[in-house]
Design a binder for this molecule. Structure first.
Ligand code: ADP
Length: 570
């Protein structure tokens, strides 16, 4: 034929897909359209699983959770302009949580930029405040290097969000296959090596001396320790020294909540009275009351372990150890091994913590034991807790959001394995639930995924139940349906006036909404429950089936409090 002997040409979409595949990407989340549809299709044909969403916001949340769960960048693909803007939510949430994400967006034709092109936006400028690094491929030749850069920067040092801009004209340029091969090989040579900062042994010695001399030591760990996969090192440190520990919400499960040294149920005592706190992969931000009185003792000495030097400089702990949590804990354990110490069960501090925890647990259990109908929050939460522990190992991944639903769930639901809890996180982001469920199911195909969320959290991205059904993911979404944000109309009489006073309250939704029927519209399984027996049956069936399901749990609209436990902020 006429093309015999002519070199085969590939375009920017194919080259980008090749680069992603070659540099280790195996999953992508996103919404296709102009100009990236072909990129997604090419990625799939190269063996990458592409999970197609309805909205980039959910896909972005999914990519961020995938990054956290796997330790590799979660990749979000969006179209230009509005697609990129929707994706910003995912990028920003990843930055807030310090999770590795790469958002890749198509953008308008470079020659038409500035004169009102289709979906035009200065996307590099738009991502600036919510990303740690960005790159734009200005010609097809730059694609492989840019792909390598964003993937590397997302996981380097403190993880976070990166952005890659691919203009539509660049996606349509072509190179020969052999040119593509050499561009890919060149980019591969420039990839960043993992930087390992070794903590000085004198610092490790000093930290161990502080712990050894402490009268009331506490080990606090967060999702940074979970991300670092430091669970074995933490367990060794806790158990060899007999030190009580406190996980942050997403640190839960690194050591089981049921561990005898867990201070979760005696949190106020533990943080209020400890004299030395080793804080591993958790920021002293609002979640930990900034490390300040009155919640913490004014004399507490913090030893902070964090991969980020800026974080340590910001908080000015008594001692800061900059490095990867797993490595730093290994060094601490090694130092202790030469001259071991252990508080022992009868140590007054350990006894005080465990006594208080037992008291609080039995008070909570007394509340939980009651079957309250119409449902409050506690009765269904107990039934869900028992159903989840019935699953055994590998434990389900729990996704949780909502005000009361998340607060009460955090106290009642039990985490026994690392990285099995995803919630609203550092930013208190509502609407993450469905995206997180999809990411969890894709990252851990052997685990059941159970979401326990409020009706308002669910509503942000409820259409993604179709995505669950389309990919047949083993996800059971339990909606605590109390008819609104915080529940029923809680306005005082003086708040109800003006020409629109007969409108429903800003906090309220249609009462008794049939959320379970949404998933049925796509062929998934829906359950409507209002009694303990109905809930138990629905959990039994849906957990056994491991198929997409929504359980619509009708809750008393006046159970729970406005703003959950953050009433002082509303
Ligand atoms: P939590 O919400 O559980 O309290 P944060 O998100 O506030 O946790 O804190 C996590 C911290 O962990 C961040 O400051 C981040 O820099 C840090 N971090 C991330 N990866 C690592 C790692 N590999 N080793 C140590 N710290 C890490």
């Amino acid at each position: 034929g006429p093309n015999d002997g002519a070199p085969v040409l590939i375009d920017g979409n194919v080259l980008a897909a090749k680069a992603l595949s070659r540099f280790g990407v195996d999953r992508m989340f996103g919404v296709v359209g102009i100009p990236v549809t072909s990129l997604a299709n090419r990625a799939v044909s190269l063996g990458i699983r592409f999970i197609a969403f309805h909205n980039e916001q959910s896909a972005g949340y999914a990519a961020s959770a995938y990054g956290y769960l796997t330790g590799r960048p979660g990749v979000l693909l969006t179209v230009s302009g509005p697609g990129c803007v929707h994706g910003l939510a995912g990028l920003a949430n990843a930055m807030a949580n310090t999770w590795p994400v790469v958002m890749i967006s198509g953008s308008c034709d470079q020659k038409d930029f500035g004169r009102g092109d289709f979906q035009e936006l200065d996307q590099i400028e738009a991502v600036k405040p919510v990303s740690k690094f960005s790159a734009k491929a200005r010609t097809i030749n730059e694609i492989p290097r840019c792909v390598a850069q964003v993937l590397d920067h997302a996981v380097a040092g403190r993880p976070g969000g990166c952005y890659l801009d691919l203009p539509s004209d660049v996606l349509h340029q072509t190179v020969t296959e052999s040119e593509a091969e050499s561009l890919l090989a060149e980019a591969e040579k420039c990839r960043l090596k993992e930087e390992i900062t070794n903590v000085l042994s004198s610092q490790i010695e000093e930290a161990v001396t502080l712990l050894r001399q402490a009268e009331r030591p506490l080990i606090v760990f967060g999702k940074g320790a979970a991300y670092a996969r430091a669970e074995n090192e933490l367990r060794k440190l806790v158990e060899s020294t007999g030190t009580p520990f406190l996980p942050t919400p997403m640190g839960k499960g690194l050591l089981p909540d049921t561990h005898e040294l867990a201070a979760t149920a005696s949190r106020s005592l533990a943080i209020g009275k400890c004299d030395v706190a080793l804080v591993v992969g958790a920021r002293l931000n609002w979640l930990l009351h900034f490390g300040e009185p009155p919640k913490w003792s004014p004399d507490v000495k913090f030893i902070s372990v964090d991969v980020s030097k800026e974080e340590i400089e910001l908080r000015k702990p008594f001692m800061g150890l900059v490095g990867d949590a797993k490595r730093v804990l290994q060094a601490i354990n090694k130092e202790i091994k030469d001259d071991p110490f252990c508080l022992g069960k009868s140590h007054p501090w350990v006894e005080a913590i465990s006594k208080k925890a037992k008291e609080n647990v039995s008070r909570m259990e007394a509340q939980l034991a009651k079957d309250v109908v119409p449902f409050n929050f506690l009765t269904p939460m107990r039934i869900i807790r028992d159903a989840i522990s019935g699953v055994g190992s590998p434990a389900p991944i729990l996704v949780s959001e909502g005000a009361n639903t998340m607060d009460i769930g955090r106290a009642v639901l039990v985490q026994t394995e690392p990285r099995t809890r995803l919630d609203a996180g550092t930013w208190g982001t509502m609407g993450v639930g469905l995206g997180y469920c999809i990411a969890a199911a894709v990252a851990s195909p052997d685990r059941l995924v159970v979401a326990v969320e409020g009706d308002s959290g669910f509503g942000f991205s409820a259409m993604e139940v179709e995505t669950l059904v389309r990919y047949q993911l083993p996800v059971v979404v339990i909606v605590f349906n109390n008819g609104g944000v915080y529940g029923g109309d809680r306005r005082s009489p003086e708040e109800i006036s003006g020409p629109y006073k007969d409108d429903p309250a800003p906090t309220s939704f249609v009462p008794n909404a049939g959320y379970h029927t949404l998933i049925e519209a796509f062929g998934g399984k829906g359950y409507l429950v209002g009694t303990p027996q109905e809930l138990k049956d629905a959990l039994l069936k849906s957990f056994a089936a491991r198929k997409p399901a929504v359980i619509n749990v009708i809750i008393d609209p006046f159970a729970g409090a406005e703003s959950g436990r953050l009433q002082h902020k509303n």
